[in-house]
Design a protein around this ligand. Sequence first.
Ligand code: DBV
Length: 248
Amino acid sequence: MTLYQPFLDYAINLMQEQLSLEPYPIPEGFEQKQGTMGKGIKETTVLTTSYAYKCPKLRQIRAAHVEGGNSLQVLNFVIFPELNYDLPFFGADLVTLPGGHLIALDLQPLFHDELYQQKYYQGSLLSIFTNLSEQLPWGGDFPDEAKSFFSPVFLWTRPQQTEIVETLVLEAFKQYLQTYLSYVEQAQIVSDRQKQLEILAAQKRYVNYRATKDPARGMFTRLYGEEWTEEYIHGFLFDLERQLLVFP
Ligand code: DBV
């Protein structure tokens, strides 16, 4: 059992209980990919497994799970809502490298106005965040240009101990996902044409940013080559633009 498997298992179980999950297609060759890192006795096998689902309100629910021994573990899990809901994205970037753990967890906003803040970032989520952020060290600087993609409950930390990941961070992940699923349940269709266009623009901006700046690009390129990596990023991990070409 690797470090982030309990996160993945919890998420899939909870979603199966609460959503009408259906499979979302994973392009051929991307379901599972094996590569190696390091040389000689340090050589380790690195396995990347992809998961993808959808349900009526959520266009794509997808995860990439990278398993490469104790010093390389990643779970990147993002939920992309349908374009006629103003729901935030669920975003989790759980990363363990030789240098330590890096945790980013958020319900990433489409908009920044007062009403949107009140709708999604007040109430129980804010107290969950306040409580957790008191117990976890701040993760430090991140790119300025990324700031508009995070919310007031952005949990960003680099825990020193693995045990913190297994306990506090897992608990945070569960609470954020539960909160997100309650928002999904309550979400109402947006039928205003202007608002729909604003949602589309905000979703594109987010996806284009993440595809362009994907911090895993270097790792994947070293492991599996450039062609595989670019296709994985644009054809699976952040596929909105491709999907819009097929279903405009
Ligand atoms: N990050 C992804 C995907 C990953 C992934 C799809 C499948 O978006 C992994 C894998 N994130 C990953 C790895 C690293 C990070 C780092 C491997 C380490 C990179 C390295 O040090 O070599 C949040 N993730 C980071 C960092 C941030 C985030 C701020 C550190 C800064 C950096 O190295 O660039 N999550 C990330 C982010 C957004 C987000 C920038 C923006 C909206 O949601």
